[in-house]
Design a protein around this ligand. Sequence first.
Ligand SMILES: Cc1cc2nc3c(=O)[nH]c(=O)nc-3n(C[C@H](O)[C@H](O)[C@H](O)COP(=O)(O)OP(=O)(O)OC[C@H]3O[C@@H](n4cnc5c(N)ncnc54)[C@H](O)[C@@H]3O)c2cc1C
Length: 448
Amino acid sequence: MKNVAKKLTAREYEINFAELHPAFTPNAAVVEANRCLYCYDSPCTQACPTHIDIPTFIKKISTGNLKGSAKTILESNWIALTCAKACPVKVLCEGACVYNEKGEEPIRIGRLQRHAMDWFYDHKTPPLFAPAPRNGKSVGIIGAGPAGLACAAELALLGYEVTIYEAKNKAGGLDTWGIAPYKMMQKDSMKEVKFIKSLGVKIKTNTRVGKDVALKQLERKHVAIFIGAGLGRPTSLHIPGEKLKGVVDALDFIERVTPRQWHRVDVGKRVAVIGAGNTAIDAATEAKRLGAEEVYLIYRRSEKEMPAYDFEFELAKSDGIQFYFQTAPKRILGKTVVEGIECIKMRLGKPDAEGRRRPEPIPRSEFRLAVDMVIKSVGQNIEETFLAKIPNLETNDGMVVVKSESYQTTNSKYFAGGDCINGGKEVVNAAHDGKAAAQGMDQFFNEQ
Ligand SMILES: Cc1cc2nc3c(=O)[nH]c(=O)nc-3n(C[C@H](O)[C@H](O)[C@H](O)COP(=O)(O)OP(=O)(O)OC[C@H]3O[C@@H](n4cnc5c(N)ncnc54)[C@H](O)[C@@H]3O)c2cc1C
């Protein structure tokens, strides 16, 4: 990189990456829990994709029954600690809280869930769940992200032998490698992995299916296979200069930040982030918190169309990220390393097939920004090469097609869930899919 941002002190890094939503004290948790109205139709529970019985777990916190509270949560969601810290609660459970209608602060459901889950992981409790006796059936799972882990936990409880094959050296998927360090830490994700292993699940890390182990081997060994492989490589920008030193994929950059070895991550003095989804916002705020002096976020549509959540946008603005809306990158400048980026202004034309107004370049509106680093974040492709090896597996726009109730694919031996079926949503959706697929699989075998 031409100009690397000055390294910060250890204390400065810790301040910059401190938790956005710190834990409640025990007293504050009880006070907050006592605000819950225990609504008869619990809109919060309905808004949660895993349908946690929220009023009940909150009631248990108010009476000091944290073990019972954690059990209520885990009965619906095996990935509950990550979800407590990283879920977009404002658009899910807390967004549905009736207090919003009264113009009052909603119950802090995410932080209360965290309170119960922190207690559970910090205390050695007798096992909360007793797996059913082994039924002699073995299931293979591709990917140890939240979808794969949730599926594995549920299957273990139902009496199946479960082996997860995970390409990376640590399990957890994006919970371990993707979620911003000011929301949760890698060690939180590892606590969930350890807990799921304690149910009898085996995890083979450093094992990429299709490379280190063949699909055929899995098919011979297991009665069913769950695909929880998430998304594949990031999409390319298709502009000149993408190969220059200093151009990085958002996920590669974020992966280097999550282990909290801040001083080891070089960041440019001036950084351009291309894209405006939640991942782009994470990359931009993480670059700023690592010490970048200027961070520009470049997006070809307007603020109204940006895919990132409002609260993520607000966070980026408060971090001092500068937004270039209706702007597209044209080429990245430099001989061997990034020295700048040439952009062009866009106007919004006629709506496309999805009803979104198509951005069109405004002739002769090019301008340049001097930057030392370009972070690409314009989406991820689905891993089609790997999926193509599965016979009769139907995909739609790269996403695996599943039946809505059972999560069974068009190849009856395979089930699937998480990002690889929805194109990239949230952890809580993956947690729901994994559990539902395990139940779908069990029903499939019981009906045979
Ligand atoms: C940068 C970023 C930040 C995010 N932040 C949030 C957030 O704050 N809150 C939130 O709720 N959601 C967030 N998300 C979304 C969330 O992380 C995903 O929706 C969720 O992790 C999807 O789970 P999954 O199990 O389907 O896939 P993943 O988490 O991607 O896990 C898939 C796993 O499969 C493994 N794998 C892939 N191919 C193979 C193979 N051939 N063999 C073996 N293993 C394989 C991968 O290594 C990976 O571990 C974020 C996503 C990104 C990219």
